[in-house]
Design a protein around this ligand. Sequence first.
Ligand code: ADP
Ligand code: ASP
Ligand code: MG
Length: 431
Amino acid sequence: MAVTDYEAVPGISPDESASRTGTLVMKFGGTSVGSTERIQAVAKRIVGAKEQGGRVVAVLSAMGDTTDELVDLAHQISERPKPRAMDMLISVGERISCALAEMAIEDLGHEAISLTGSQAGIVTDTTHTKAKIVEVRAQRIHAALDEGKIVLVAGFQGVSTGLEITTLGRGGSDTTAVALAAALGADSCEIFTDVEGVYTADPRIVPGAQKLPVVTYEEMLEMSASGAKVMALRSVEFARNHGVRLHVRSTFSGEPGTWIREEDEQLLEKAIISGVTHDTSEAKLTIFGVPDRPGVAARVFRALADSGVNIDMIVQNVSEQGLTDISFTVPKADLVVAEPILEAACKDVEAAGFTQDSEIAKVSLIGAGMRSHPGVAADMFEALAEAGINIEIISTSSIRISCVVRASEVEHAVQAVHDRFQVEAEERAHA
Ligand code: ADP
Ligand code: ASP
Ligand code: MG
């Protein structure tokens, strides 16, 4: 995980003019701006914040499922659309939301200016469809704020150092918001979404999931990396590296949500487990009949890495008669790239062949308290066993345990693991 991507990038630290306080960055996700009525409601909320006297920057996502629809359109035209063209296409959705919000805000009697990522000074590297922000040139935003305007920035996009339009990867409007909050030295970065905060599991799958008042950057990083799409992974990395405290809350209520911030003494008393996450976006690849000798894994994984394929979990079996199997998971979206490379790599290392399996899901348990409480892994495996669910691959970090299971069993698995730890948390609370 490239958590240091943004460290030591001078353009992102607050510039001199950002020492003016009272700047608020508000980000609204796709459902929150999913219709014209919702955009009007969001406009009211933004104007309400402005009327409190602050400098307000709002980052908007594309309306509803617009980005998915644009991606579908591309695939109707072409099996392998060029990433540059893809970015030209999918960056459009956010621009629509911002333009409409500008109109709605003007109708409420306030001045607003909508900006594309490029106009807002979001400069990225040249990796189309998953670009990284390398600098924020916020002069134009400052100038507009100085004129008393509300600034609306199209999320999820930027302009590359090669002057091309880029996008930041799915969920990337979160990253735009956090980068702007860091660059503007904002007092607060509020992520408005369609749930009331970060929960102990996806509330759409586990109705009994609890809202967490606070999670640490570290826990949120693990949750996002293992599938909790409520915050995009890059945005949390960014927030941690730049000390931006985030407040994830609902667009549709005034209730306080979840704060994401650094760990401190107060937080040490928290529950052992902060959440159960799941991810169905990966596929499992197995190379079989691999000669068990030094350098083989290195050759296979180097070839995949050089083509930008992200590997997640890896297991290698004990070898029998000098041959072994290696299984690993990759994003389903990377399969088209991975397959030809694996075919060549199998020949190269004289493996017998490979298989792919898209019907898998990953269930993960996350909590900083795991470090000091032995037996958490055993509890998780027991919960899955009692639910009759087979575990295919296991991987761990110091604060996470992940298990690959059949995709058809994912909801059952999340519920079973969540129930187990909820009961324990309740027992501790009453002890
Ligand atoms: P937005 O469009 O506002 O960015 P997303 O759809 O990207 O919203 O993220 C919010 C969704 O994340 C929720 O609707 C919820 O289903 C899902 N989600 C997954 N895991 C969690 C979790 N642990 N807590 C809250 N929401 C979660
Ligand atoms: N619209 C983009 C997406 O759907 C970015 C975002 O919503 O954060 O991924
Ligand atoms: Mg999102």
